[in-house]
Design a protein around this ligand. Structure first.
Ligand SMILES: [Cu+2]
Length: 160
């Protein structure tokens, strides 16, 4: 198997292993009269302090020639292809020279917002000479950022 497919198979196995049985029925009574109701009924999609970062390039890297590999790092969550309904996973998006998109809609798909929907964790990029910003943003199976969103620091590189 290709490494990415292999990783995904492992991820599926891991997530299957961590699935608990059906939730126990709620036996607790509802909030007492007058008690505040907890509005956050859904657990966060990112309960494990997921951390998204650039393995390469570093902030401030000067690249000669304009072609380079971007290597995307993710801790405490898994990478899965678009459309894969696997808890605690997402796929990478590389934001180039742009601000963060809406956090409640699918991430745009254009030359400034690249999707890695096959579950890629590295990509060959070419940029023209100048200063460029790069930022990673994880999207769920439908390309929508998680709640709370999982994003990297925005870095600046220079192409000569
Ligand atoms: Cu996407």
């Amino acid at each position: 198997m290709r490494p990415i497919a292999c990783l995904f198979a492992l991820l599926l196995a891991l997530s299957a292993a961590s699935v608990h049985g059906p939730a126990a029925p709620q036996v607790a009574a509802g909030p007492a009269a007058g008690a505040p109701v907890n509005a956050s009924v859904n657990p966060p999609a990112n309960p494990n302090n997921a951390y998204l970062y650039f393995i390469w390039p570093y902030d401030g890297t000067v690249i000669t020639g304009g072609k380079f590999w971007v290597r995307m790092g993710l801790r405490n969550m898994g990478v899965a292809p678009k459309g894969a309904n696997v808890p605690n996973t997402g796929h990478h998006h590389l934001l180039i020279d742009t601000e963060l998109p809406s956090m409640t809609e699918p991430i745009p798909n254009n030359r400034n917002n690249l999707h890695f929907g096959a579950g890629e964790t590295e990509a060959r990029i070419e940029l023209p000479p100048g200063t460029h910003t790069l930022q990673l943003l994880l999207g769920d199976m439908n390309h929508v950022p998680h709640k709370p969103p999982v994003m990297s620091k925005k870095i600046t590189i220079t192409v000569r």
